[in-house]
Design a protein around this ligand. Structure first.
Ligand code: IPT
Length: 925
């Protein structure tokens, strides 16, 4: 059966550049007729123009049929959802037949049918004539429609099989989503051109391959012929300064409009350079994803992605793991992002069978692999934003890589080659790894990586720049460790930066579950929520991870000294003239003064005005760099970077006179609206409110990183989610002292916890804890938990880090201030519920009913569900507000890290069991 052919296609025209031409084109997107069959073995009679499709359904094109009520999506990461048996596929092979009737405008002759992307094996008929078939889902294909077009009514019939021999080349970690998911057009354009626009030694060089003549009016270039080169005074293109020049290619039959950006990528002394200057990639991996449309991403959404990236100081994208919709690259040219364009190739699932039969090393697949590379390079070769070609992702090693690389070097020597899957780098120009630890990255930065067995390859690799094509796995709460990676990237010239995994959570909108992930459609084989690992939530709301990344990627840094601030320009290419600098002085988070700073365009030391005056209290200076005027990607006033420094420490906490001892009242000990059970020492009333706790808590709802890193398993084995509490002693005197031992069942490990309560108008707690026994692992948290009636807290106002969540190694985006949020707003809606929403560095928090102050500070979480309920929940709708509101006041929590893929928290962020004291004070509001 031809589905099992190794041939990538038939009847197709030579690949060419994606171009904007004035040649007539007919948009064939829209409503098509559609029928789904469970197997491939269905008569092809529907291709007949006279076929009656009135019993079929309507389906929009572009779309994935599984997102329109036909079949269902399925998610696997590495594993193939079909047996690993190339080139064969199961008989169960969802097959979508599509029909579209269109009228040809009068006088129209000739043309090409162009499909920008169809997943996966696509056969095309026009008016009953088979034009051919194609594979390579995320790549364009064109057929010559001319001979079969008719005046008036035409019928296009397209059959798409989900599985074919080509499926083995498309094992990317994402939903399996068949369908014609990108645009379909009938175009009379046939132009191709390869523009070469270099920038060297301060000047531009322009030439092109193809036919016709090229003009760039703004540069006075007219009538340039193929092969001719001109040297010009130009402004270079960079992602920071995406200068484009409008150009026109004039051909006998059509005129093509191009936007030319002059730039040169090179590697010198193991350093990646753009226009002769070091290039530091502050990147993200972007899959194409929309929560309702899958990979049929609307143009506005692509644009939103680029805008969001730019606004979060991202300067680079790896198009993981296939070429994106061509319009995305236009946006990268226009708004400025460096792009690694990656071929539509992944054979990861062969790893499950020891890489036996890997297509990457199977000569029968050589044509298909080369075909994919050619179609990508030809389509995208004119984009200044595209600075590297990537052969693919996780496709193992094998001789077909050489075939792809050799052809590409010949065709386009101007762009370095990338491929991570072959550690020897035999076919690449850069050394790339994924999820390497900080220590390994540092070793590579120093040129001290472990040698390869082959001395020649080793020497070659040692001369290469290094990048992490994936790092900091943004799954769930996290990633931690960002700042330390960035610090390394900036310290060692060999390190060209990297790309965080990944841009977006691939959660599909689901009527009951909120957002669906693997398994939610009943897939027999799936990888759960591993597809929910993005920096933005499915609706593209930035997650705390993206806010942290923005901070870490800031292109301006502030170093504060006595009476001055040093402003460091961290841009690679731009100066600071597009920014304004605002200094704000706050006391306890309230603004007391604001000044505009004069900062030289090159950066430098800047004297600060007198920052004293106003009330006493904790005083901070915040300096913000904001856009001075509107830019195409953000309006004036948009904050690009900030720094903060403490000018004066907190005022000494006010304490009332040592209060009277607690008064015994029946079975209670009371003071000012607060009461304890005299027998157990438990707090039962807090300023009139019925409370449970506070009592020692070591647990948190495990994060994805806790789970995949193995900590959750060890914590549960130890029983940290089911602590028991034993009161050993309740003593009154100046105050109330309650000695306890807190421990899980079935172990001799435990914690001594001593609560010392005093009252001076406010209620003070000093909780001493001391481990009993040798605790081997980090623990989730050290803190107390208490609960109150649900209506006691609606809104929390606090002075501390905010506005977002923060853990030991995250929350870099938070700053000291006074913040306010409702209980609902304090929750971070991770698609897979888990520990979230902790506010750090809290000096005081006003909960409405009372106020809790730290001595000096604490971590605060407020929820309408318990930790157990949070840990049990699988989707957001599982979290139902209960009758109580739960407060968690902690001294510290375990770091977050990125162990879902990569290292756990760095050792300094491990929370080891140790003697500690938590001091809190409760006052009526
Ligand atoms: C890495 C893949 O390249 C990427 O597509 C994604 O699956 C990521 O893992 C996990 O989310 S490969 C892995 C073996 C490190």
């Amino acid at each position: 059966m031809d589905l099992e052919t190794f041939t990538p296609g038939s009847g197709r025209l030579e690949p060419r550049a994606a171009l904007r031409s004035d040649a007539p084109a007919l948009d064939l997107n829209g409503t098509w007729r559609f029928r789904l069959s469970p197997t491939a073995d269905v008569p092809a009679d529907f291709a007949d123009p006279g076929y009656d499709d009135s019993s079929w359904d309507d389906l929009p094109v572009p779309a994935h049929w599984v997102l329109h009520g036909h079949g269902a999506p399925a998610y696997t990461n590495v594993r193939y959802p079909i047996p690993v048996d190339p080139p064969h596929v199961p008989n169960e092979n969802p097959t979508g037949d599509h029909r579209r009737v269109f009228d040809l405008p009068d006088g129209w002759t000739g043309g090409r049918l162009r499909f920008e992307g169809s997943d996966s094996f696509t056969r095309v008929w026009l008016n009953g004539h088979e034009l051919g078939f194609s594979t390579g889902s995320r790549l364009p294909v064109e057929y010559d429609a001319g001979p079969h077009l008719r005046p008036g009514r035409n019928v296009l019939a397209v059959r798409v099989h989900q599985w074919s021999a080509a499926t083995y080349l498309e094992d990317q970690d994402m939903w399996w989503l068949p369908g014609i998911f990108r645009d379909v057009t009938l175009t009379r354009s046939s132009a191709d051109v390869f523009v070469h626009a270099a920038y060297q030694d301060g000047r531009g060089r322009l030439s092109f391959d193809g036919s016709g003549t090229l003009s760039v009016p703004e540069l006075g270039v007219t009538g340039l012929r193929p092969g001719e080169e001109v040297t010009l005074d130009v402004e270079p293109w960079t992602a920071e300064t995406p200068r484009l020049y409008d150009a026109e290619l004039t051909l006998p039959e059509e005129t093509v409009r191009l936007r030319v950006g002059f730039r040169t990528i090179s590697i010198e002394d193991g350093v990646l350079l753009a226009n002769g200057r070091p290039l530091l990639l502050k990147g993200v991996n972007r899959h194409e994803f929309h929560p309702e449309h899958g990979r049929a991403v609307p143009y506005e959404t692509m644009r939103e992605d680029v805008l969001l990236m730019k606004r979060h100081n991202v300067n680079a994208v790896r198009t993981s793991h296939y070429p994106p919709h061509p319009a995305f690259l236009d946006l990268c040219d226009e708004l400025g992002l460096w792009v690694i364009d990656e071929c539509d190739l992944e054979t990861h699932g062969f790893g499950e069978v020891g890489w036996r039969g890997n297509p990457t090393d199977d000569p029968r697949y050589a044509d298909a692999l080369l075909d994919r590379m050619r179609r990508m390079v030809e389509r995208d070769k004119n984009h200044p934003s595209v600075i590297m070609w990537s052969l693919g992702n996780e496709a193992g090693v094998g001789r077909n890589l050489a075939v792809m690389a050799d052809w590409t070097r010949e065709r386009d020597p101007s762009r370095p080659l990338h491929y991570e899957g072959d550690r020897s780098c035999a076919h690449t120009d850069v050394y790339s790894r994924m999820y390497a630890t900080h220590a390994e990255v540092e070793a590579i930065g120093r040129g001290e990586e472990d040698p390869l067995d082959d001395a020649e390859l080793d020497a070659r690799r040692r001369r290469m720049p290094f990048l992490q094509c994936e790092y900091a796995h943004a799954m769930g709460n996290g990633p931690g460790g960002l700042a330390e990676y960035q610090e390394l990237f900036e310290r060692y010239p060999r390190l060209a930066g990297g790309f965080v995994w990944e841009w977006i959570d691939h959660g599909l909108v689901h009527p009951e579950l909120g957002y669906a992930y693997g398994g939610d459609y009943g897939e027999p084989l799936h990888d759960g929520n591993f597809v929910i690992d993005g920096l933005v939530f499915p609706d593209r709301t930035p997650s705390p991870g993206l806010l942290d990344l923005k901070k870490v990627f800031e292109p301006v840094r502030f170093a504060f000294g006595d009476g001055f601030v040093r402003v460091v320009n961290g841009h690679g290419f731009a100066d600071l003239s597009h920014l304004e600098f605002v200094a704000t002085v706050t006391v306890e988070g309230a603004t007391v003064a604001e000044h505009r700073l004069e900062v030289p365009a090159a950066g430098g030391e800047c004297k600060l005005p007198d920052l004293t005056g106003g009330p006493d209290g904790e005083r901070w200076l915040t300096v913000r760099a904001v856009l001075a005027g509107d830019l195409p990607w953000a309006p004036a006033g948009h904050e690009v970077a900030w720094g903060q420094t403490r000018l004066a420490g907190p005022a000494t906490p006010s304490r009332g006179p040592a209060g009277p001892a607690f008064v015994r009242d029946g079975g209670e000990l009371t003071a000012g609206g607060c009461a304890f059970d005299a027998a157990t020492g438990r707090l039962t009333r807090l300023f009139g409110l019925d409370v449970e706790g506070p009592r020692l808590d070591l647990w948190r709802a495990p994060t994805d990183n806790d789970r995949y890193g193995g900590l959750e398993g060890r914590w549960r084995a130890l029983g940290l989610h089911r602590l028991t509490h034993r009161v050993d002693d309740v003593a009154t005197g100046d105050g109330l002292t309650v000695r306890t031992r807190v421990a899980p069942a079935a172990t001799d490990l435990g914690m001594w916890a001593t609560y010392r309560w005093t009252f001076d108008g406010g209620l003070r707690l000093e909780l001493d804890i001391e481990p009993d026994g040798e605790w081997p692992d980090p623990i989730p948290a050290i803190g107390v938990t208490m609960s109150l009636p649900g209506d006691a807290v609606e809104r929390v106002t606090w002075f501390g880090q905010g506005p977002g969540e923060a853990y030991q190694d995250t929350g870099l985006a938070t700053r000291i201030g006074r913040w306010s949020a409702t209980v609902e707003e304090l929750q971070i809606p991770y698609v897979m519920p888990q520990e979230n929403g902790r506010r750090a560095g809290v000096r005081w928090a006003d909960l409405g009913a009372f106020r809790v102050s730290g001595e000096p500070e604490y971590g605060l979480s407020v929820r309408r569900w318990s930790t157990d309920e949070l840990a049990e929940a699988r989707h957001l709708p599982d979290l139902v507000p209960g009758e109580r509101v739960h407060l968690h006041l902690d001294l510290a929590q375990q770091g977050i890290g990125t162990a879902t893929c990569g290292p756990g928290p760095l050792p300094v962020y491990d929370l080891m069991a140790r003697p500690a004291t938590l001091r809190l004070r409760f006052d009526p509001s």
